[in-house]
Design a protein around this ligand. Structure first.
Ligand SMILES: [Ca+2]
Ligand SMILES: [Ca+2]
Length: 512
Protein backbone atom coordinates (compact mmCIF):
# COMPACT_ATOMS: atom_id res chain seq x y z
CA UNK A 1 0.00 0.00 0.00
CA UNK A 2 2.80 2.36 0.76
CA UNK A 3 6.38 2.41 1.85
CA UNK A 4 7.44 2.71 5.46
CA UNK A 5 8.08 6.31 6.57
CA UNK A 6 11.36 8.03 5.72
CA UNK A 7 11.49 10.10 8.93
CA UNK A 8 14.98 10.14 10.41
CA UNK A 9 14.08 9.05 13.94
CA UNK A 10 11.93 6.27 12.59
CA UNK A 11 14.74 5.03 10.38
CA UNK A 12 17.35 5.12 13.14
CA UNK A 13 14.95 3.26 15.44
CA UNK A 14 14.78 5.94 18.14
CA UNK A 15 11.08 5.67 17.47
CA UNK A 16 11.12 1.94 18.19
CA UNK A 17 7.49 2.03 19.28
CA UNK A 18 6.50 2.22 15.62
CA UNK A 19 8.89 -0.56 14.68
CA UNK A 20 8.33 -2.78 11.71
CA UNK A 21 8.43 -5.99 13.69
CA UNK A 22 6.52 -7.45 16.61
CA UNK A 23 8.75 -10.49 16.69
CA UNK A 24 10.51 -11.38 19.90
CA UNK A 25 13.45 -12.66 17.92
CA UNK A 26 14.32 -9.44 16.14
CA UNK A 27 17.03 -7.19 17.48
CA UNK A 28 18.94 -8.15 20.57
CA UNK A 29 18.47 -8.28 24.29
CA UNK A 30 16.08 -5.66 25.62
CA UNK A 31 15.63 -4.36 22.08
CA UNK A 32 12.97 -6.98 21.63
CA UNK A 33 9.72 -5.80 20.18
CA UNK A 34 7.00 -8.15 21.37
CA UNK A 35 5.00 -5.28 22.91
CA UNK A 36 4.93 -2.82 20.01
CA UNK A 37 1.60 -2.00 18.33
CA UNK A 38 2.45 -3.19 14.81
CA UNK A 39 2.09 0.24 13.23
CA UNK A 40 4.46 -0.23 10.32
CA UNK A 41 2.56 -3.25 9.06
CA UNK A 42 -0.68 -1.33 9.47
CA UNK A 43 0.66 1.56 7.43
CA UNK A 44 2.25 -0.51 4.70
CA UNK A 45 -0.31 -3.22 4.16
CA UNK A 46 -3.71 -2.23 5.53
CA UNK A 47 -4.37 1.49 5.74
CA UNK A 48 -2.33 4.59 5.17
CA UNK A 49 -3.98 7.85 6.11
CA UNK A 50 -1.96 9.79 3.54
CA UNK A 51 -4.16 8.38 0.82
CA UNK A 52 -7.36 9.52 2.55
CA UNK A 53 -8.99 12.86 1.78
CA UNK A 54 -8.42 15.10 4.78
CA UNK A 55 -12.12 15.90 5.07
CA UNK A 56 -12.72 12.18 5.63
CA UNK A 57 -10.15 11.80 8.39
CA UNK A 58 -11.65 11.27 11.85
CA UNK A 59 -10.87 14.23 14.11
CA UNK A 60 -9.13 13.18 17.33
CA UNK A 61 -9.24 15.52 20.33
CA UNK A 62 -6.39 15.88 22.81
CA UNK A 63 -7.52 17.32 26.15
CA UNK A 64 -4.29 18.37 27.75
CA UNK A 65 -1.93 21.33 28.23
CA UNK A 66 -2.60 22.84 24.80
CA UNK A 67 -0.73 23.44 21.57
CA UNK A 68 2.90 24.34 21.03
CA UNK A 69 4.24 25.03 17.56
CA UNK A 70 6.76 22.45 16.34
CA UNK A 71 8.41 21.90 12.99
CA UNK A 72 7.34 18.27 12.93
CA UNK A 73 3.70 19.10 13.67
CA UNK A 74 1.29 20.78 11.30
CA UNK A 75 0.67 24.46 11.88
CA UNK A 76 -2.83 25.63 12.67
CA UNK A 77 -4.32 26.44 9.29
CA UNK A 78 -6.98 29.12 9.01
CA UNK A 79 -8.82 26.92 6.54
CA UNK A 80 -10.41 24.48 8.93
CA UNK A 81 -11.86 22.38 6.14
CA UNK A 82 -8.41 21.29 5.06
CA UNK A 83 -6.41 21.79 8.22
CA UNK A 84 -4.50 19.09 10.05
CA UNK A 85 -4.75 21.16 13.23
CA UNK A 86 -8.36 22.09 13.83
CA UNK A 87 -9.17 25.10 16.02
CA UNK A 88 -8.99 24.29 19.70
CA UNK A 89 -10.07 26.17 22.80
CA UNK A 90 -8.72 27.13 26.19
CA UNK A 91 -11.04 25.81 28.91
CA UNK A 92 -8.80 26.67 31.87
CA UNK A 93 -11.14 28.93 33.79
CA UNK A 94 -9.18 29.66 36.94
CA UNK A 95 -6.93 32.64 36.23
CA UNK A 96 -4.67 31.84 39.13
CA UNK A 97 -3.51 28.66 37.46
CA UNK A 98 -4.05 29.57 33.82
CA UNK A 99 -0.71 31.14 33.04
CA UNK A 100 -2.23 33.41 30.41
CA UNK A 101 -4.29 36.53 30.92
CA UNK A 102 -6.86 34.27 32.50
CA UNK A 103 -10.20 32.70 31.75
CA UNK A 104 -11.57 30.61 28.94
CA UNK A 105 -10.87 31.82 25.42
CA UNK A 106 -10.37 30.57 21.89
CA UNK A 107 -6.57 30.38 22.10
CA UNK A 108 -5.52 26.80 22.85
CA UNK A 109 -1.82 27.68 22.99
CA UNK A 110 0.12 26.19 25.89
CA UNK A 111 1.74 29.08 27.80
CA UNK A 112 3.68 26.56 29.89
CA UNK A 113 2.56 24.88 33.08
CA UNK A 114 5.70 25.76 35.03
CA UNK A 115 5.41 26.90 38.62
CA UNK A 116 7.75 29.69 39.61
CA UNK A 117 9.14 30.11 43.13
CA UNK A 118 6.85 33.06 43.77
CA UNK A 119 3.84 31.10 42.58
CA UNK A 120 4.79 28.10 44.68
CA UNK A 121 4.80 30.32 47.76
CA UNK A 122 1.20 31.38 47.25
CA UNK A 123 -1.42 29.81 49.48
CA UNK A 124 -3.42 28.27 46.64
CA UNK A 125 -0.37 26.46 45.33
CA UNK A 126 0.84 25.39 48.75
CA UNK A 127 -2.59 24.04 49.60
CA UNK A 128 -2.27 21.68 46.65
CA UNK A 129 1.29 20.71 47.45
CA UNK A 130 2.21 22.12 44.06
CA UNK A 131 5.87 23.09 44.14
CA UNK A 132 8.33 24.73 41.77
CA UNK A 133 8.50 22.85 38.48
CA UNK A 134 9.33 23.19 34.81
CA UNK A 135 6.78 23.15 32.03
CA UNK A 136 5.84 19.62 30.99
CA UNK A 137 4.83 20.13 27.31
CA UNK A 138 2.64 17.13 28.00
CA UNK A 139 0.09 17.88 25.30
CA UNK A 140 2.80 18.46 22.72
CA UNK A 141 4.26 15.03 23.39
CA UNK A 142 0.87 13.41 22.87
CA UNK A 143 0.21 15.36 19.69
CA UNK A 144 3.47 14.10 18.22
CA UNK A 145 2.53 10.49 18.87
CA UNK A 146 -0.83 11.02 17.21
CA UNK A 147 0.13 13.16 14.30
CA UNK A 148 3.73 14.23 13.79
CA UNK A 149 4.45 15.01 10.16
CA UNK A 150 5.11 11.72 8.46
CA UNK A 151 7.39 11.18 5.46
CA UNK A 152 9.09 14.58 5.62
CA UNK A 153 12.49 12.92 6.15
CA UNK A 154 12.94 14.61 9.49
CA UNK A 155 11.99 13.97 13.08
CA UNK A 156 9.46 11.25 13.72
CA UNK A 157 6.38 9.72 12.13
CA UNK A 158 2.94 10.17 13.69
CA UNK A 159 0.45 7.34 14.00
CA UNK A 160 -1.73 9.04 11.39
CA UNK A 161 0.07 10.26 8.28
CA UNK A 162 -2.73 12.73 7.56
CA UNK A 163 -4.14 13.67 10.95
CA UNK A 164 -6.86 16.02 12.05
CA UNK A 165 -6.21 16.92 15.67
CA UNK A 166 -8.16 19.19 18.00
CA UNK A 167 -5.81 20.30 20.76
CA UNK A 168 -7.79 21.60 23.70
CA UNK A 169 -6.28 23.21 26.73
CA UNK A 170 -7.75 21.92 30.00
CA UNK A 171 -4.65 21.73 32.20
CA UNK A 172 -2.85 24.76 33.54
CA UNK A 173 -0.39 24.96 36.37
CA UNK A 174 -0.74 22.15 38.95
CA UNK A 175 -3.25 20.15 36.97
CA UNK A 176 -6.80 20.49 35.75
CA UNK A 177 -10.25 21.23 37.11
CA UNK A 178 -12.97 18.69 36.52
CA UNK A 179 -15.46 21.17 35.14
CA UNK A 180 -12.92 22.35 32.58
CA UNK A 181 -12.34 18.75 31.45
CA UNK A 182 -16.06 17.96 31.24
CA UNK A 183 -16.73 21.17 29.33
CA UNK A 184 -14.00 20.31 26.84
CA UNK A 185 -15.36 16.77 26.40
CA UNK A 186 -18.77 18.09 25.42
CA UNK A 187 -17.28 20.83 23.24
CA UNK A 188 -15.02 18.64 21.11
CA UNK A 189 -17.81 16.06 20.71
CA UNK A 190 -20.40 18.70 19.87
CA UNK A 191 -22.78 17.05 22.29
CA UNK A 192 -25.32 18.91 24.42
CA UNK A 193 -24.56 18.24 28.09
CA UNK A 194 -27.20 16.39 30.05
CA UNK A 195 -25.69 17.83 33.23
CA UNK A 196 -25.00 21.34 34.40
CA UNK A 197 -21.61 22.88 33.78
CA UNK A 198 -20.04 25.98 35.24
CA UNK A 199 -20.44 27.96 32.03
CA UNK A 200 -22.24 27.64 28.74
CA UNK A 201 -20.15 26.18 25.94
CA UNK A 202 -18.87 28.32 23.07
CA UNK A 203 -19.71 27.38 19.51
CA UNK A 204 -17.40 24.81 17.94
CA UNK A 205 -16.49 25.35 14.28
CA UNK A 206 -15.01 21.88 13.89
CA UNK A 207 -16.50 18.64 12.73
CA UNK A 208 -17.26 16.35 15.65
CA UNK A 209 -14.22 14.71 17.19
CA UNK A 210 -15.06 11.03 17.53
CA UNK A 211 -12.07 10.12 19.68
CA UNK A 212 -11.16 12.00 22.86
CA UNK A 213 -7.78 11.33 24.47
CA UNK A 214 -7.54 12.04 28.19
CA UNK A 215 -4.08 11.35 29.58
CA UNK A 216 -5.18 12.37 33.06
CA UNK A 217 -5.90 10.41 36.15
CA UNK A 218 -7.26 10.83 39.61
CA UNK A 219 -7.39 8.37 42.47
CA UNK A 220 -11.06 8.78 43.31
CA UNK A 221 -13.86 6.66 41.91
CA UNK A 222 -15.33 7.63 38.57
CA UNK A 223 -18.08 9.90 39.82
CA UNK A 224 -21.39 10.89 38.31
CA UNK A 225 -20.05 13.90 36.41
CA UNK A 226 -17.43 11.94 34.53
CA UNK A 227 -19.67 8.94 33.89
CA UNK A 228 -22.49 11.12 32.60
CA UNK A 229 -20.16 12.88 30.20
CA UNK A 230 -18.68 9.61 28.95
CA UNK A 231 -22.15 8.18 28.40
CA UNK A 232 -23.41 11.32 26.69
CA UNK A 233 -20.48 11.12 24.29
CA UNK A 234 -20.89 7.40 23.75
CA UNK A 235 -24.52 7.88 22.82
CA UNK A 236 -23.30 10.21 20.08
CA UNK A 237 -20.65 7.84 18.74
CA UNK A 238 -17.71 9.48 20.50
CA UNK A 239 -15.22 7.24 22.29
CA UNK A 240 -13.16 8.37 25.28
CA UNK A 241 -9.68 6.89 25.67
CA UNK A 242 -7.93 7.37 29.01
CA UNK A 243 -4.69 6.42 30.71
CA UNK A 244 -4.84 3.82 33.47
CA UNK A 245 -2.45 5.85 35.65
CA UNK A 246 1.08 5.48 36.92
CA UNK A 247 0.86 4.47 40.57
CA UNK A 248 1.40 0.71 39.96
CA UNK A 249 -1.95 0.24 41.64
CA UNK A 250 -5.65 0.63 40.99
CA UNK A 251 -6.84 2.19 37.72
CA UNK A 252 -7.41 5.92 38.05
CA UNK A 253 -10.36 7.93 36.76
CA UNK A 254 -11.67 8.53 34.16
CA UNK A 255 -10.14 5.25 32.94
CA UNK A 256 -12.07 3.53 35.72
CA UNK A 257 -15.39 4.80 34.34
CA UNK A 258 -17.60 2.48 32.35
CA UNK A 259 -17.46 2.84 28.58
CA UNK A 260 -13.98 4.40 28.63
CA UNK A 261 -11.20 2.67 26.71
CA UNK A 262 -8.75 2.30 29.60
CA UNK A 263 -5.15 1.85 28.54
CA UNK A 264 -2.36 0.35 30.63
CA UNK A 265 1.31 0.64 29.66
CA UNK A 266 3.55 -2.16 28.50
CA UNK A 267 7.23 -2.12 27.92
CA UNK A 268 8.93 -3.09 24.73
CA UNK A 269 9.01 -6.73 25.74
CA UNK A 270 5.29 -6.81 26.46
CA UNK A 271 5.63 -6.94 30.25
CA UNK A 272 3.62 -4.41 32.24
CA UNK A 273 5.65 -1.23 32.63
CA UNK A 274 6.92 -0.86 36.17
CA UNK A 275 4.68 2.13 36.97
CA UNK A 276 1.46 1.23 35.14
CA UNK A 277 -1.77 0.80 37.04
CA UNK A 278 -3.65 -2.40 36.29
CA UNK A 279 -6.82 -4.29 37.05
CA UNK A 280 -10.14 -5.43 35.67
CA UNK A 281 -11.01 -1.94 34.43
CA UNK A 282 -8.24 -1.98 31.81
CA UNK A 283 -9.50 -2.45 28.25
CA UNK A 284 -6.24 -2.93 26.38
CA UNK A 285 -2.52 -2.32 26.79
CA UNK A 286 0.28 -0.99 24.65
CA UNK A 287 3.72 0.49 24.99
CA UNK A 288 4.12 3.56 27.19
CA UNK A 289 7.86 3.48 27.74
CA UNK A 290 9.55 1.75 30.67
CA UNK A 291 13.04 3.20 31.00
CA UNK A 292 15.96 1.91 32.96
CA UNK A 293 17.74 4.02 35.55
CA UNK A 294 19.77 6.07 33.11
CA UNK A 295 19.68 9.84 32.73
CA UNK A 296 18.59 10.46 36.27
CA UNK A 297 15.38 8.50 35.96
CA UNK A 298 14.35 7.75 39.50
CA UNK A 299 11.39 5.42 39.15
CA UNK A 300 12.88 2.59 37.11
CA UNK A 301 12.02 -0.25 39.48
CA UNK A 302 14.56 -2.81 40.65
CA UNK A 303 14.69 -4.48 37.26
CA UNK A 304 15.04 -1.35 35.15
CA UNK A 305 18.62 -1.97 34.10
CA UNK A 306 17.80 -5.48 32.85
CA UNK A 307 14.26 -5.23 31.54
CA UNK A 308 13.65 -1.53 30.95
CA UNK A 309 13.39 -0.01 27.50
CA UNK A 310 14.30 3.32 25.90
CA UNK A 311 11.08 5.23 26.61
CA UNK A 312 8.74 6.82 24.10
CA UNK A 313 10.45 9.18 21.70
CA UNK A 314 8.21 12.09 20.69
CA UNK A 315 7.99 15.84 20.16
CA UNK A 316 8.97 18.26 22.93
CA UNK A 317 10.09 21.82 23.53
CA UNK A 318 13.38 22.89 25.03
CA UNK A 319 12.43 25.70 27.35
CA UNK A 320 11.56 25.17 30.99
CA UNK A 321 9.03 27.92 31.51
CA UNK A 322 7.19 29.87 28.79
CA UNK A 323 7.43 28.58 25.22
CA UNK A 324 9.94 30.21 22.95
CA UNK A 325 8.66 31.23 19.56
CA UNK A 326 10.73 30.08 16.65
CA UNK A 327 11.95 26.72 15.52
CA UNK A 328 15.08 26.77 17.65
CA UNK A 329 12.97 25.51 20.54
CA UNK A 330 11.76 22.47 18.66
CA UNK A 331 13.04 19.36 20.28
CA UNK A 332 12.30 15.75 20.98
CA UNK A 333 12.36 13.93 24.26
CA UNK A 334 11.83 10.52 25.73
CA UNK A 335 8.80 10.10 27.93
CA UNK A 336 7.32 7.29 29.95
CA UNK A 337 3.84 6.86 31.34
CA UNK A 338 0.36 5.65 30.58
CA UNK A 339 -0.12 9.20 29.26
CA UNK A 340 1.72 8.00 26.19
CA UNK A 341 0.12 4.58 25.78
CA UNK A 342 -3.38 6.11 25.62
CA UNK A 343 -2.71 8.10 22.41
CA UNK A 344 -1.33 4.97 20.76
CA UNK A 345 -4.79 3.48 21.17
CA UNK A 346 -6.62 6.73 20.39
CA UNK A 347 -4.67 7.11 17.15
CA UNK A 348 -5.48 3.57 16.06
CA UNK A 349 -9.17 4.06 16.89
CA UNK A 350 -9.12 7.17 14.73
CA UNK A 351 -7.86 5.11 11.80
CA UNK A 352 -10.45 2.38 12.49
CA UNK A 353 -13.14 5.05 12.19
CA UNK A 354 -11.57 6.34 8.97
CA UNK A 355 -11.88 2.83 7.57
CA UNK A 356 -15.35 2.17 8.99
CA UNK A 357 -17.03 5.44 10.03
CA UNK A 358 -20.24 3.73 11.08
CA UNK A 359 -18.59 1.89 13.96
CA UNK A 360 -20.29 2.60 17.28
CA UNK A 361 -18.40 2.93 20.54
CA UNK A 362 -19.41 -0.62 21.42
CA UNK A 363 -18.10 -1.74 18.03
CA UNK A 364 -14.77 -0.06 18.76
CA UNK A 365 -14.51 -1.92 22.06
CA UNK A 366 -15.33 -5.20 20.33
CA UNK A 367 -12.79 -4.56 17.59
CA UNK A 368 -9.98 -3.64 19.97
CA UNK A 369 -10.59 -6.80 21.96
CA UNK A 370 -10.94 -9.09 18.96
CA UNK A 371 -7.80 -7.78 17.27
CA UNK A 372 -5.47 -7.53 20.26
CA UNK A 373 -2.49 -9.86 20.40
CA UNK A 374 -2.41 -12.15 23.44
CA UNK A 375 -0.26 -10.91 26.29
CA UNK A 376 3.25 -12.34 26.31
CA UNK A 377 3.85 -15.18 28.72
CA UNK A 378 6.79 -16.10 30.88
CA UNK A 379 7.66 -19.15 32.92
CA UNK A 380 9.98 -17.07 35.08
CA UNK A 381 8.14 -13.84 35.83
CA UNK A 382 5.03 -13.76 38.01
CA UNK A 383 1.65 -12.45 37.04
CA UNK A 384 0.67 -8.91 37.97
CA UNK A 385 -1.02 -8.65 41.37
CA UNK A 386 -1.14 -6.36 44.36
CA UNK A 387 1.76 -8.40 45.67
CA UNK A 388 3.68 -8.05 42.41
CA UNK A 389 2.77 -4.64 41.01
CA UNK A 390 5.88 -3.66 39.06
CA UNK A 391 7.17 -5.29 35.89
CA UNK A 392 5.04 -8.41 35.74
CA UNK A 393 3.26 -10.73 33.37
CA UNK A 394 -0.02 -9.31 32.19
CA UNK A 395 -3.19 -11.35 31.94
CA UNK A 396 -6.62 -10.50 30.62
CA UNK A 397 -7.76 -9.78 34.17
CA UNK A 398 -5.04 -7.21 34.84
CA UNK A 399 -4.06 -5.55 31.53
CA UNK A 400 -7.12 -5.86 29.33
CA UNK A 401 -7.88 -8.08 26.37
CA UNK A 402 -4.32 -8.05 25.09
CA UNK A 403 -1.71 -5.92 23.36
CA UNK A 404 -2.82 -3.30 20.83
CA UNK A 405 -2.25 -4.43 17.24
CA UNK A 406 -2.88 -1.63 14.76
CA UNK A 407 -2.68 -3.87 11.72
CA UNK A 408 -5.17 -6.37 13.08
CA UNK A 409 -7.50 -3.62 14.34
CA UNK A 410 -7.62 -2.03 10.90
CA UNK A 411 -8.09 -5.36 9.17
CA UNK A 412 -10.98 -6.02 11.55
CA UNK A 413 -12.47 -2.61 10.76
CA UNK A 414 -12.22 -3.24 7.02
CA UNK A 415 -14.00 -6.57 7.31
CA UNK A 416 -16.75 -5.00 9.41
CA UNK A 417 -17.13 -2.23 6.86
CA UNK A 418 -17.49 -4.87 4.16
CA UNK A 419 -20.06 -6.83 6.14
CA UNK A 420 -17.65 -9.68 6.81
CA UNK A 421 -16.99 -9.44 10.54
CA UNK A 422 -17.70 -13.13 10.84
CA UNK A 423 -14.72 -13.84 8.58
CA UNK A 424 -12.30 -12.20 11.00
CA UNK A 425 -9.99 -14.47 12.92
CA UNK A 426 -7.05 -13.27 14.96
CA UNK A 427 -3.99 -15.31 13.99
CA UNK A 428 -1.82 -14.26 16.92
CA UNK A 429 -0.60 -16.67 19.56
CA UNK A 430 1.04 -15.69 22.83
CA UNK A 431 4.78 -15.20 22.65
CA UNK A 432 6.81 -16.95 25.33
CA UNK A 433 9.53 -14.52 26.33
CA UNK A 434 12.06 -17.18 27.25
CA UNK A 435 11.83 -18.62 23.76
CA UNK A 436 14.41 -15.98 22.92
CA UNK A 437 17.66 -16.81 24.75
CA UNK A 438 18.71 -13.17 24.84
CA UNK A 439 15.49 -12.25 26.62
CA UNK A 440 15.85 -15.18 28.98
CA UNK A 441 19.32 -13.95 29.90
CA UNK A 442 17.92 -10.52 30.75
CA UNK A 443 15.11 -11.99 32.81
CA UNK A 444 17.55 -14.14 34.78
CA UNK A 445 19.71 -11.05 35.39
CA UNK A 446 16.64 -9.29 36.78
CA UNK A 447 15.64 -12.20 38.99
CA UNK A 448 19.18 -12.37 40.36
CA UNK A 449 18.71 -8.82 41.64
CA UNK A 450 15.34 -9.39 43.30
CA UNK A 451 12.43 -11.77 43.10
CA UNK A 452 10.16 -8.88 42.15
CA UNK A 453 10.53 -5.56 40.38
CA UNK A 454 8.55 -3.83 43.15
CA UNK A 455 7.46 -4.74 46.62
CA UNK A 456 3.80 -5.29 47.32
CA UNK A 457 1.61 -2.22 47.04
CA UNK A 458 0.78 -2.13 50.71
CA UNK A 459 4.48 -1.91 51.51
CA UNK A 460 5.22 0.65 48.86
CA UNK A 461 6.52 4.06 49.72
CA UNK A 462 5.27 6.53 47.13
CA UNK A 463 8.09 7.46 44.80
CA UNK A 464 7.00 11.07 44.74
CA UNK A 465 6.14 12.72 48.03
CA UNK A 466 2.46 13.39 48.21
CA UNK A 467 1.81 11.65 44.95
CA UNK A 468 -1.09 9.65 46.21
CA UNK A 469 -2.40 11.99 48.85
CA UNK A 470 -5.78 13.54 48.48
CA UNK A 471 -5.75 17.07 47.17
CA UNK A 472 -7.66 17.99 50.26
CA UNK A 473 -8.45 21.62 50.74
CA UNK A 474 -11.89 23.13 50.68
CA UNK A 475 -13.30 20.76 53.24
CA UNK A 476 -11.97 17.35 52.45
CA UNK A 477 -11.12 17.48 48.82
CA UNK A 478 -14.25 16.18 47.20
CA UNK A 479 -12.38 16.26 43.92
CA UNK A 480 -9.00 15.45 45.34
CA UNK A 481 -6.41 13.54 43.45
CA UNK A 482 -7.06 14.60 39.88
CA UNK A 483 -3.71 14.76 38.28
CA UNK A 484 -1.88 15.10 35.10
CA UNK A 485 -0.23 11.73 34.96
CA UNK A 486 3.35 11.39 35.91
CA UNK A 487 5.71 11.86 33.09
CA UNK A 488 9.39 11.54 32.74
CA UNK A 489 11.40 13.47 30.27
CA UNK A 490 14.79 11.99 30.09
CA UNK A 491 17.96 11.92 28.10
CA UNK A 492 17.49 13.11 24.55
CA UNK A 493 17.26 16.85 24.49
CA UNK A 494 15.35 17.82 27.58
CA UNK A 495 15.77 16.58 31.07
CA UNK A 496 13.28 16.77 33.84
CA UNK A 497 12.30 14.69 36.81
CA UNK A 498 9.34 12.44 36.92
CA UNK A 499 6.53 14.02 38.81
CA UNK A 500 2.86 14.11 39.43
CA UNK A 501 0.93 17.28 38.95
CA UNK A 502 -1.89 17.59 41.36
CA UNK A 503 -5.28 18.79 40.49
CA UNK A 504 -6.95 21.74 42.00
CA UNK A 505 -9.93 21.08 44.18
CA UNK A 506 -11.78 24.23 43.19
CA UNK A 507 -14.33 22.34 41.20
CA UNK A 508 -18.03 22.11 41.62
CA UNK A 509 -19.04 19.47 44.09
CA UNK A 510 -22.38 18.97 42.40
CA UNK A 511 -20.65 17.08 39.64
CA UNK A 512 -19.18 14.30 41.71
CA1 LIG B 1 -7.10 31.74 28.87
CA1 LIG C 1 8.54 13.72 10.64
Amino acid sequence: MSAAPNDAQYLNNSQWWASASTSASSGSGTRQNAGVPNLTRAWTTEYNGASTALASVTPVAVLDTGRVAHDDLYPRDTNQATSHALPGHDFVADAQFAGDSGGRDSDESDPGDFVSPSEASQAAFRQLGCGVQDSSWHGLAIEGILGARTNNSSGMAGIHANPRIVAVRVAGKCGADLDDILSAMYWVAKVNPSQSLDASLPSNPNPRARVVNISFGGSESCGLGYQTAVNDLKNNGVVVVASAGNEHGAVSRPASCQNVVAVAALNRLGLKSTYSNFGAAVTISTVGGDPGPGAGYTDAGVWGSALGDDGIFTTSHNTNSAPSLGTSSNSYAIYAGTSFSAPMVAGVIGMMLDVAPSLSVDDVFRGLRASARPHVTSTLIGQCSNDNPGRCMCTTSTCGAGMLDAYEALRWARLVRDGQEGAYTNPATAQVLEADPLVETRIRQALAMSSKDRVANNQQTPATTGATASAGGGGGGAFGGLWVLALALMAAVRQAWPRLLRARSSVRRALV
